[in-house]
Design a protein around this ligand. Structure first.
Ligand SMILES: [Zn+2]
Ligand SMILES: [Zn+2]
Length: 297
């Protein structure tokens, strides 16, 4: 299985490869630009080439790009909405340039309008961006913690967004365990993981699941408070992550359990697992990745 972390792009973009390698990643997630601003720093082709070469040399793939924080595809404010669709187009282009097959986006907040209208705006914005940018990058909707007017914490809502997207082959899901847990989806035991993923399959379809954000939660089940925590030390706990990492929807089961394979269309399994756990000391990511690798054995 491939495990990685969200890696800083500070300095030159190719430094990402070295940073990821140093903590033993074999997949990685990055922002393509400053996540707290709208301005774009041009991607320099020689620096991008070096990044791609190094990632290949270190066997780090897939590279996953995460959208910045400011865009809100559900916004009822026209100006912000148009800027957000624009940012999505830009990041679809940048993901392709960076050689990233996946772009992860948050879904957004519906603000002063209705939930329904918010969901429609998200689908429309994605349709517009897909129309403008023709490439093979798959856009992954990330489930949210569902705080306030945030959309996309329920699988039903993600299914609704996908339903209204025209080019469905360009859309997938990134499942964040912390966000899911605080939205009321249990991941603490083998039974809970299996039920949660079954529900996901019924409402969205497991073939859409492409990336896992593995984060433990510092807040309890259903609290809607988004606080990522170290693997095994939060409310989800080691047993939950172990069950998740062994579930046939996430990883390819050994050949001997052949009958499980078909039910999860397993040719696409062995999903990349990305941690976004707190990072205070340089050893934090190393430690969390080591715990996940141990639990996956
Ligand atoms: Zn996440
Ligand atoms: Zn979060």
């Amino acid at each position: 299985m491939r495990f990685g972390a969200h890696i800083s792009i500070a300095g030159k973009i190719y430094q990402v490869a070295e940073r990821a390698k140093r903590i033993g990643c074999n997949t990685a997630q990055i922002f393509s630009r400053n996540p707290r601003g709208w301005q774009l720093k041009e991607l320099l082709l020689d620096e991008v080439k070096r990044l791609k070469d190094d990632l290949e040399r270190f066997d780090i793939h897939p590279l996953i790009v995460h959208m910045p924080y400011l865009p809100n595809l559900a916004s009822s404010k026209v100006g912000l909405y148009l800027k957000s669709v624009n940012a999505l187009e830009e990041d679809l282009r940048r993901s392709e340039i960076l050689g990233a097959p996946y772009l992860v986006t948050h879904i957004g907040s519906f603000g002063e309008s209705s939930r329904e209208e918010g969901l429609e705006r998200v689908s429309e914005g994605i349709n517009t961006a897909f129309n403008k940018v023709r490439n093979d990058v798959i856009l992954l909707l990330e489930n949210t913690a569902g705080a306030g007017r945030e959309l996309g914490s329920r699988f039903e809502e993600m299914a609704r967004i996908i339903e209204n997207i025209k080019e469905k082959e360009r859309i997938g899901i990134c499942l964040d365990t912390c966000h899911g847990f605080v939205s009321g989806y249990d991941f603490r035991t083998k039974k809970a993981v299996s039920e949660t993923l079954k529900l996901f399959d019924n409402l969205i379809g497991l073939e859409r699941l492409k990336v896992i954000h593995a984060n433990d939660s510092k807040s309890p089940l259903g609290s809607h408070i988004d606080r990522h925590w170290h693997i095994g030390e939060g409310y989800i706990g080691e047993e939950g992550f172990k069950a998740l990492l062994h579930h046939p929807a996430i990883r390819k089961p050994p050949i001997s359990s052949g009958n499980l394979v078909s039910s999860f269309r397993s040719e696409i399994r062995n999903l990349p697992i990305i941690i976004e756990t707190p990072f205070k000391e340089s050893g934090d990511d190393l430690k969390n990745l080591a715990i996940l690798r141990r639990l996956a054995k």
